[in-house]
Design a protein around this ligand. Structure first.
Ligand SMILES: [Zn+2]
Length: 109
């Protein structure tokens, strides 16, 4: 029989991996909190967007040129393309866009 040193190393490796995952999750949560907090500070985090489509499905898509996207999370910023949107989605405060004053949703919707 061989010593079981290697298996305890493996166990250690698994534990370290789990710890890494926990840290990653904690980091992701912290980032998600910060990302959500952007809205609480009155800025849009561009959490959703729709792309150009012809014929348009949504009213806002009529404003778009091929390749563009428009923010549907509140600010209606037009993005030049996926990369532009992803960049601003990643770091909304790099180019903060104030959310328009909240208006009540139309009745019946
Ligand atoms: Zn937005």
């Amino acid at each position: 029989m061989y010593s079981d040193e290697s298996s305890s190393d493996e166990l250690e490796a698994i534990r370290t991996e789990r710890l890494d995952v926990d840290l990653e999750m904690a980091q992701m949560h912290a980032e998600a909190d910060a990302w959500h907090a952007v809205r609480e500070r009155g800025y849009c985090n561009h959490g959703s967007a729709v792309g150009y489509i012809n014929p348009p499905v949504h009213e806002v898509q009529k404003l778009l040129k091929p390749g563009q996207l428009i923010c549907t999370a509140g600010c209606s910023t037009i993005f030049h393309g996926d990369e532009d949107w992803y960049a601003q989605l990643d770091d909304p405060m790099a180019n903060p866009v104030p959310l328009p004053a909240r208006t009540p949703a139309p009745a019946g919707k």
